[in-house]
Design a protein. Structure first.
Length: 423
């Protein structure tokens, strides 16, 4: 005897949309986005203020959810002061128990300050791009960034040594570990290998899936998928996939990965006026990269700036910056921040879904030096109803001032892409 399950309204709509898409030639993702948009609303909030320059300009605000008290989750965030171009202070942490509305005073992480470099008098090894991620298999937080070298009050352009990833772990009792190095002895990473501030994935077996940008000497960098083991204390590389390449400028930079509908996707910063996307079935072997474009074929102009994924269980989104009539004189077009739904079949953005997450403030044409840049940001899923984008403003030509902002995204449909402890 056969047993037939009743067709739910969601199943019926999906089936109908798939049939419509097949007949019209429109992709399923585009048809669904048109019929039932996932984003309900977007609002802007200020977490820490420093537009007047009287306090700290917090930067690199990157977060994750961790189990909290009484079954509630806590929003843990790493952040650090910015004092100049690629010049950052000690990494701090702060936390929120109310979905990012209020925050504890930032506290320093002792291991993520600056260490003297042996045999290089006056040179200090700092840390930047630190991105925390909760590891449910061990109950720890893995905060991964990379080393950067300073000489005095500035980025050491003349004597940057080999760059590599560094990390600390946070135990259940809140203690942070000593600084550790993610070792890789491949000569292709002789000059630099790093995950930058890339998004990572925790696999069911506890392994960490990520991506590297890397290169020997002064050659343009490549990107590749990377799988690591992690036991709550030590992070070790298991496997590195074949690289993707681009020989323009510094090559391919700041890759981020996500998983959606049993595929892995990588979004990549580049220096040829584009950003790129690639897909993979295993997170290691990526197909040929494709320049980001809208679904009508219009190229998306991007100026060497990171992009990040916003992953809902029912739709994949990209958060990014791009060229626009309102920002043509803003450095690298790093304001406003946009979000749009991704067509995972065609690897493009669905133009009619594009919205502003955090708006450009000021005049990006006639007075661009007064427009705060928002090119270093992070994305966190907070609950089934909400996700957020966090970013530190920076006014490099106006006193290095800026606020730390949160763009709160509310969903029309519950997001099931959350850690198991989030209800």
């Amino acid at each position: 005897m056969s047993h037939q399950h009743p067709l739910t309204r969601r199943d019926f709509l999906h089936s109908s949309l798939c049939s419509l898409a097949a007949v019209s030639g429109v992709s399923t993702a585009r048809a669904e986005a048109a019929q039932r948009p996932l984003i309900k609303s977007i609002s802007k909030e200020t977490l820490f203020r420093n537009r007047d320059g009287s306090g700290v300009t917090w930067f690199h605000p990157r977060g994750c959810l961790v189990p909290g008290v009484g079954g509630k989750s806590t929003f843990l965030m790493n952040l650090q002061e910015i004092g100049g171009s690629d010049y950052f202070g000690q990494v701090h942490w702060t936390e929120s128990t109310d979905q990012g509305k209020t925050w504890s005073p930032p506290k320093p992480i002792a291991a993520l300050g600056r260490d003297a470099v042996k045999e290089h008098p006056g040179l200090k090894a700092g840390v930047c791009d630190v991105t925390p991620q909760y590891h449910p298999q061990t109950g720890t937080v893995l905060a991964l960034g990379h080393v950067v070298f300073y000489r005095g009050p500035r980025f050491a352009k003349g004597d940057q040594l080999a760059r590599y990833p560094v990390y600390v772990t946070r135990q259940k009792d809140g203690r942070w570990s000593k600084r550790k190095i993610l070792q890789w002895d491949d000569p292709r990473g002789g000059e630099i290998y790093t995950n930058n501030c890339g998004q990572r994935l925790v696999m069911p077996d506890g392994d960490i899936l990520m991506s590297f940008t890397f290169g020997p000497g002064k050659q343009p960098r490549m990107v590749a998928g990377v799988r690591c083991s992690f036991d709550g204390s030590e992070l070790k590389i298991r496997e590195v996939g074949p690289p993707l390449k681009n020989k323009v400028g510094r090559g391919l930079l700041e890759p981020s990965i996500t998983r959606f509908q049993n595929q892995f996707f990588m979004t990549i910063r580049a220096e040829d006026g584009h950003g790129y996307v690639a897909a993979s079935l295993d997170g290691l072997n990526y197909n040929r990269k494709t320049a980001w474009a809208f679904d009508d074929g219009t190229p998306i102009g991007m100026s060497t700036t990171q992009q990040h994924w916003l992953t809902h269980s029912d739709g994949l989104f990209l958060v990014y910056t791009r060229k626009d009539a309102t920002n043509k004189n803003v450095i690298r077009w790093r304001s406003p921040l946009w979000v749009a739904q991704v067509d995972p079949e065609k690897l493009c953005l669905i133009r009619e879904t594009e919205r502003v997450v955090l708006p450009l403030v000021g005049d990006g044409v006639n007075d661009p030096n007064k427009v705060a840049l928002m090119g270093n940001f992070d994305v966190t899923n907070l609950s089934p109803a909400e996700s957020c984008v966090t970013v530190g403003e920076w006014l490099p030509r106006d006193g290095a001032k800026g606020n730390l902002l949160l763009g709160r995204i509310k969903w029309n449909q519950p997001n099931r892409n959350l850690p198991p402890f989030v209800s």
